[in-house]
Design a protein around this ligand. Structure first.
Ligand code: GLV
Length: 336
């Protein structure tokens, strides 16, 4: 009998067909995530789970899943999974790095441009009649924004995505890049002239601050009240990483009191963001529903990596994008 996999949301048909060659597949076909209680029941019955970032895979759930051997997450981030607990239980955890770098970096730029050039505000200005009401076709001071050339881009977290955002900033827009990370990247420093600074100085000097760190206990509320206060009042904050990296209440305060000029946000501490959330009241904030990786190329690529990881594991090989590498010492890959 084939091992069973539960997939918590619809994937692409060709990818499902590939998985079906090795696994019995059950797909949760609703738009909404399966409720925690449902997931708890489902994992009891299956050998493998394909999860999304909105699925809470905690230790309680993993301990409940007596047959479960692998959690293949369809995302690069995996802060929704208790990886340490999975490792102890001998459960493999995989993610989908690489294929979404370009899409996420491009969308980060969409947010940078939309925020600095007030693109959404401009759309509303036309769409909801303000332009027509003002009876002026063109005014030298209408909807002024910030030019990027020669400005400083501050990257917090120079991993795959942060590096690509930095590269586009230098090569595409003629910006200077400063960055903070736990480790330095001499190669990118040489290639694009990125300058390493401590977090304090990046926040203080950058005109655009873009956050690209994973959410961990160490990075939770990394961008807090005192750090927002360091930013220039003309600077914007862009976040396409995880909502929890920014203290939302502090950000609302910063926007209310004009400590910063605006924000472009794809991720939130609470997702979906409630319709009447304070962040929705600011004209100088551009909001998106966690879609930075939402290109066909990236999402299909992510699904393919999920399938490849499941197949690697089925064949007794270490899955190609294994997160918890130490798990191989607890249990060999495979279902035998
Ligand atoms: C999306 O947020 C991801 O982590 O892939």
């Amino acid at each position: 009998m084939k091992p069973q996999v539960f997939i918590t949301r619809e994937l692409f048909d060709d990818v499902i067909a590939k998985i079906l060659q090795y696994y019995e597949v059950e797909v949760w076909d609703r738009y909404q995530a399966p409720p925690y209680e449902t997931l708890l029941k489902k994992v009891k019955e299956v050998d493998a789970l394909v999860s999304l970032l909105a699925d809470k895979i905690d230790c309680n759930l993993l301990k409940n899943a007596s047959k479960l051997k692998i959690v293949a997450q369809l995302a690069v981030g995996y802060d929704n999974i208790d990886v340490e607990c999975a490792t102890k239980l001998g459960i493999y955890v995989t993610n989908t790095p690489g294929v979404l770098t370009e899409a996420t970096a491009e969308f980060t730029w969409a947010l940078i441009l939309a925020t600095t050039r007030r693109a959404v505000e401009a759309d509303h200005f036309v769409r909801f009649g303000e332009w027509f009401r003002l009876r002026t076709a063109w005014h030298p001071k209408m909807l002024l924004g910030m030019e990027l050339k020669g400005k400083t881009l501050g990257i917090i977290g120079l991993g795959r995505i942060g590096s690509r955002v930095a590269e586009i900033g230098v090569k595409g827009f003629g910006m200077k890049v400063i960055y903070y990370d736990l480790t330095r990247n001499p190669q990118l420093e040489a290639e694009i002239g990125a300058v390493y600074k401590d977090l304090h100085d990046v926040l203080k000097e950058a005109d655009v601050v873009s956050v690209h760190v994973p959410l961990t206990p160490e990075t939770k509320h990394l961008i807090n009240e005192s750090r927002l206060k360091l930013m220039k009042s003309s600077a914007v904050l862009i976040n396409t990483s995880r909502g929890g990296v920014v203290d939302t209440n502090a950000l609302v305060k910063a926007l209310n009191e004009g400590w910063i000029a605006g924000a472009g946000l794809d991720v939130f501490e609470e997702e979906p963001l409630p319709q009447n959330h304070p962040l929705t009241a600011f004209k100088n904030v551009v909001l998106a529903p966690h879609i930075a990786s939402a290109t066909y190329e990236a999402r299909h690529g992510m699904a393919e990596i999920v399938a490849d990881n499941l197949i690697d594991f089925y064949e007794g090989k270490v899955p190609r994008t294994l997160v918890n590498k130490e798990v191989v010492n607890v249990r060999k890959p495979g279902f035998k």
